[in-house]
Design a protein around this ligand. Structure first.
Ligand code: SF4
Length: 703
């Protein structure tokens, strides 16, 4: 591989994994991808991480679905430990497309007729294209007749989006991560870019080498600590205390930017008053950081000419996740650190198209471009665009939908590319809820854990098998292209959504994703001056884009914020404890997340040969002292128990872990981390507290 003589052709596309959105070239031989090379995309400059470079062969896995499946009569809906996804015919029978689509649509329509539209819901996917996200939410809103449509943003950055919309009027980043190389100071908090956004991490390393001071605020250590000017490892779940103490320093030492505040913000006086009592001395016992260290990072950030804040799910996945993000926004607004090159706010988005899927309306309370479903003008505009009446009632979010299933309110679902039987908190409840659905349609590449509960499974397309656009964390809309043929009878996702829609009484005639993109432009001002043809020619255009001949704005809101009056708003917060603090019975903090080699629930990367060989088994990362406390050696089995369940997996020594904490990746079905996690939600973003649950550990032999 890599020998160009051994390659039949090359196709340019975009990486299917994280929100960095690296451009790549698939190298193809005998209609199979045999290698991947990085391209000169704006967010990767030719670079790729291990997932992008080696995680390309999952579509050829022996368990790939190539025909529609219908559940066999009498097979119970449950996760059967003996079920083999490579041999699904023990539980399902094959069907042709007509039968499978008729069955899928008839079941949903029957429930709609019997129980009403609100008895149905849909989960779309951030792994699909913008066009597929648009079609999916359109089908749920006008075909099902409900706004019960959501996707994995609810599990990653919903709280960040809620805070950003509240404070600055938009849910997207104000500047790309490439701007870090122009900043004097950057704060990285609640993120681990070397693992989760590896190519973005290379920009941070470059920035550090050029003299940018990197400040890392995180309970866990990480590889980028080697590049940091200062690291504050605060107590888990005390983010708001630390950030408010920093704001207190900025206020009491008058380090704020008065002219920026006057011109661009409102509510600063209230914030000033609010943080007065939250001195570094008062907050230090909570967050575990010495007052002088708090002062030092606050001064460094506030005095910098240009500074940026990057954050990840360590910020967002808390019951106070929205408050965490509000604090970060307040820091930037108080110091005037937005709207100029080298400044900005940047929640590092997770999946390859979570930005685009959110923009395209896979969110229950907003239409495309974050326009409230309950706004009469918005509703009227989309009713005119789609020539059909719409519900103005905000829909339910991911975890709320699972609760509504348990309560018997949601009876039927259409799940595209999502895997709630692995990704939802408190899996025992989530899986039990899925088992009670009267009709579940799953569209995916494999019989995922969720598909094991399905009545009908529709074989879908891998990213490299279809055309479509994606939007990365930088707001860069990019073109993905079909590189290899679909296997067997599998179909592009947009085709399947349309076929289902037409069987539910709609009359759609899209011939190609470019037709869908053209319709999206009518409902999404964010796509102004971005056309399918431009993306084909230029590969990437950033939104907002002011003209057809401009590349789009890397840095936004120099003059005004999109808030109505143009001003951003401060939103004061108070420290709150985690929903489930550690105690004598459950004394260890459980935190969950991803590994470098694996992605989301592992449905793709655990079927990618190289990636699964690199990280083949579930591990629990523990500090050396924590291992010693339980008499464990690296490699020993360890059992982790919470109030919701227990799992046993392999102990791994990790000097970057603080004592009193264990990290578990959530991609391993054989030791599913979300059996343990707490479903308590942030009240604003409705995101579960994946980053903090009380647990206890024991050597597995003791259990
Ligand atoms: Fe793909 Fe993200 Fe890795 Fe880039 S950094 S190659 S987008 S997984």
């Amino acid at each position: 591989v890599g020998d160009s003589a051994a390659i039949d052709r090359e196709v340019d596309s975009v990486c299917p994994y994280c929100g960095v959105g690296c451009q790549l070239t698939y190298q193809i031989r005998d209609e199979k991808i045999v290698a991947v090379q990085g391209r000169e995309g704006p967010s990767n400059l030719g670079r790729l991480c291990v997932k992008g470079r080696f995680g390309f062969d999952y579509p050829n896995h022996p368990s790939r679905l190539t025909r529609p499946l219908i559940r066999r009569e009498g097979v119970p809906k449950r996760m059967d430990p003996d079920f083999d996804p490579a041999n699904p015919l023990t539980h399902f029978r094959e069907a042709d497309w007509d039968e499978a689509l008729d069955f899928a649509a008839r079941g949903l329509a029957h429930l709609r007729a019997g129980y009403g539209a609100e008895a149905l819901a849909g989960f779309g996917s951030a792994k699909c294209s913008n066009e597929e996200a648009w079609l999916f939410q359109k089908l749920i809103r006008i075909g099902f007749g409900t706004n019960n449509v959501d996707h994995c943003t609810r599990l990653c950055h919903a709280s960040s989006v809620a805070a950003l919309i509240e404070c600055i009027g938009t849910g997207a980043v104000t500047a790309s991560f490439m701007q870090a190389t122009q900043a004097d100071v950057i704060i990285l908090t609640g993120c681990n870019p070397a693992v989760n956004h590896p190519v973005a991490a290379t920009f941070f390393k470059q920035a550090a080498k050029r003299g940018t001071k990197i400040l890392i605020l995180d309970p866990r250590g990480q590889a980028l600590n080697a590049y940091a000017h200062k690291v504050l490892r605060f107590e888990p779940g005390t983010d708001v205390a630390l950030f408010n103490a920093m704001l207190n320093v900025i206020v009491t030492e008058e380090l704020y930017n008065q002219s920026y505040i006057q011109e661009h913000t409102e509510g600063f006086d209230a914030l000033k008053q609010h943080v007065m009592e939250m001195t570094p001395e008062a907050m230090s016992p909570l967050c575990g950081i010495a007052p002088d260290d708090i002062r030092e990072v606050a001064r460094l950030y506030a005095r910098a000419d240009k500074a940026m804040i990057f954050w990840g799910m360590g910020i967002s996945q808390h019951t106070h996740g929205t408050d965490n993000a509000r604090c970060l926004i307040s820091l930037a607004l108080a110091c005037g650190q937005t709207g100029r090159p080298g400044t900005g706010l940047h929640p590092l988005r997770g999946q390859n198209n979570v930005q685009g899927a959110s923009d395209a309306g896979l969110i229950p309370m907003v239409m495309p471009d974050y326009q409230p479903v309950s706004d009469a003008q918005v509703k009227a505009a989309f009713e005119e665009l789609w020539s059909t009446p719409l519900s103005g009632k905000p829909g339910l979010t991911v975890v709320e939908i699972m609760h509504a299933i348990e309560a018997g309110q949601i009876k039927g679902m259409y799940i595209l590319g999502e895997n709630p039987a692995m990704s939802d908190p408190d899996l025992a409840h989530a899986r039990a809820a899925l088992a009670t659905l009267e009709h579940l349609v799953v569209q995916d590449l494999f019989v995922t854990e969720t598909a094991q509960f399905a009545d009908v499974i529709l074989p879908a397309s891998a990213w490299a098998e279809k055309d479509g656009t994606v939007t990365n964390t930088n707001r860069q809309v990019q073109m993905g292209r079909a590189a290899v043929p679909l296997p067997g009878e599998a179909k592009p996702d947009w085709w399947i959504i349309q076929a289902l829609a037409n069987r539910m009484g709609l009359n759609w005639h899209y011939q190609h994703p470019s037709d869908v993109f053209a319709e999206m432009k009518q409902g999404m001002a964010s796509l102004d001056h971005i056309s399918w043809e431009r993306l084909q020619a230029e590969q990437s255009v950033t939104y907002p884009c002011p003209a057809d001949d401009q590349p789009g704005l890397d840095v936004v809101y120099s003059d005004a914020f999109p808030t109505g009056n143009g001003k951003a708003r401060f939103s004061p917060t108070r420290p709150l404890p985690p929903d489930e603090p550690v105690d004598s019975e459950y004394p260890v903090v459980l935190t969950t997340g991803r590994q470098l080699e694996h992605w989301h629930t592992g449905s793709m990367t655990r079927r990618a040969r190289v990636l699964d060989q690199l990280e083949p088994e579930a591990v629990a990362s523990l500090a050396p002292a924590e291992l010693a406390r339980y008499g464990l050696q690296p490699g020993d089995p360890v059992t982790i128990k919470t109030r919701r369940g227990e799992i046993t997996l392999t102990a791994r020594i990790d000097p970057q872990m603080p004592e009193g904490m264990v990290f578990v990746p959530f991609c391993y079905v054989e030791a599913a981390a979300n059996i343990l996690t707490n479903p308590a939600l942030d009240p604003y973003g409705k995101i579960p507290e994946f980053k903090y649950a009380a647990c206890r550990l024991s050597p597995a032999s003791d259990v």
